[in-house]
Design a protein around this ligand. Structure first.
Ligand code: GLV
Ligand code: MN
Ligand code: MN
Length: 412
């Protein structure tokens, strides 16, 4: 790919700079939504968007849009992703899609391309949902799936109010959410899984995305002395939490080739060595691409929790944090991704996304599709997350080609 096309060196430098802007003194990168680190990353991004001559618009949920107006005022083609991260993250998840989207626009500008209609690069608020649930919140609000007032009233895992934090970091914009309704949406992302690397495939043309269910489960038992209480007299919330985790692995995930289940958070109270836990609070992340299997897995978990409460004599409450059905992407756009990859001589595979993405929310309001590139060792949500520069360049080239084709109004 020639320099006049996509500037890979600039993309790599920006990924590093954005990553570094969120590191603590120990070098750990965490850019939780609406944190100080998020503010710093947003400021960097907005500066790059303005330097590219784009008009920067911010909506009331903090989504950032860089707009390149076209010859006619029409629904724009949107390229996007997110820049917030999980705790102790890598530099690519989300940031790659946003910065490559900007790089594509810059490449088109350099080539004297004149888009028929506007091109927009978007960075959606709170995709990860680590601090405020649900995940994909900014794009969900944008797509009309969650009322702005409810989103702003979300209480975070640290007790903060989302609306307060958004104002505090200076990103409560005045654009009404959903005001920029795209004609199509493309999201370039690292795969975050092992498939492409394992099979030696360069580009994933993402056809669909699995259903995601998040719940917080609170189990109440009775605190008692760890030395004096016979096993048969215990009402152990910690043990019940462990039974939930093993049920998910041994019964739910083991019974299906596609279902995955994770207990990512577990807190015990009072959390000391010689007291039987009186309370356990754990999270369950349950996913499957098939709507029926997905719903059945959730129902089986609910039945198990009822059974467990009766058997272990504990009280169990569930709080739903997020639930999104599986999503199919637009077949025409997926075919365009596939064709663009093939035309470049890249191996390409149709595939399912295991991760949640803003594209699944945009798919509610316009044709949407995603492009994946390999993740080394399939590692993501981890500082070891890495994608080779050649693969980053290949994904950007495909994004550039599909964008150029769509933005020139080409029908074929
Ligand atoms: C988003 O990163 C997810 O949890 O899939
Ligand atoms: Mn992501
Ligand atoms: Mn992520």
């Amino acid at each position: 790919m020639s320099q006049s096309e996509f500037d890979l060196a600039r993309l790599l430098a920006r990924l590093d700079a954005l990553g570094d802007s969120a590191r603590d003194a120990d070098g750990v990168l965490s850019r939780l939504a609406l944190s100080e680190q998020d503010r710093a990353g947003r400021d960097l991004l907005a500066g790059w968007l303005r330097a590219a001559g784009l008009e920067v618009a911010i909506d009331a949920i903090g989504n950032i849009f860089g707009i390149w107006r076209g010859e006619i005022d029409a629904a724009p083609l949107m390229l996007g992703s997110h820049i917030d991260s999980v705790v102790d993250a890598g530099i690519y998840d989300g940031c790659y899609g946003v910065l490559a989207g900007l790089g594509v626009i810059e490449a088109l500008q350099r080539n004297g391309f004149e888009p028929v209609f506007p091109l927009v690069v978007a960075a959606f608020t709170n995709e990860e949902g680590n601090r405020y649930a649900p995940d994909m919140m900014g794009s969900l609000v944008h797509a009309g799936g969650l009322a702005l007032e409810r989103a702003l009233a979300t209480v975070g895992s640290d007790g903060t109010l989302l609306g307060d934090e958004l104002r505090r970091i200076g990103y409560a914009g005045d654009l009404p959410p959903g005001a920029i309704r795209p004609c199509a949406y493309l999201e370039l992302h690292i795969e975050q899984g092992p498939m492409l690397e394992h099979d030696g495939i360069r580009i994933g043309a993402v056809e669909n995305l699995q259903g995601i269910s998040w719940q917080e489960i609170t189990i109440r038992g009775v605190a008692n002395h760890a030395g004096t209480t016979p096993t048969r007299l215990r009402c152990d919330a910690g043990l019940a939490a462990a039974r939930v985790a093993t049920f998910l692995r041994d019964e739910i995930a083991a019974g299906s080739a596609t279902t995955v289940a994770t207990v990512g958070k577990l807190r015990l109270h009072p959390d000391v060595i010689n007291v039987i836990p009186s309370r356990a609070v754990l999270t369950v992340d349950l996913r499957d691409p098939d709507a029926e299997i997905f719903a059945r897995a959730e129902a089986r978990l609910a039945e198990f929790l009822e059974w467990l409460a009766a058997r272990d004599g504990v009280e169990i409450d569930c709080r739903r944090l997020a639930r999104f059905e599986p999503v199919n992407f637009d077949p025409g756009l997926v075919a365009a991704v596939d064709a663009a990859a093939t035309a470049r001589g890249y191996s390409c595979r149709r595939m399912t996304s295991g991760a949640g993405h803003d594209a699944q929310m945009l798919a509610r309001i316009c044709p949407a599709a995603m492009i994946f590139v390999p993740s080394r060792d399939g590692i993501s949500h981890n500082p070891r997350e890495h994608t080779a520069p050649d693969d980053l360049a290949a994904g950007a080239a495909v994004l550039l080609d599909v964008t150029r084709k769509l933005a020139s109004g080409s029908a074929d």
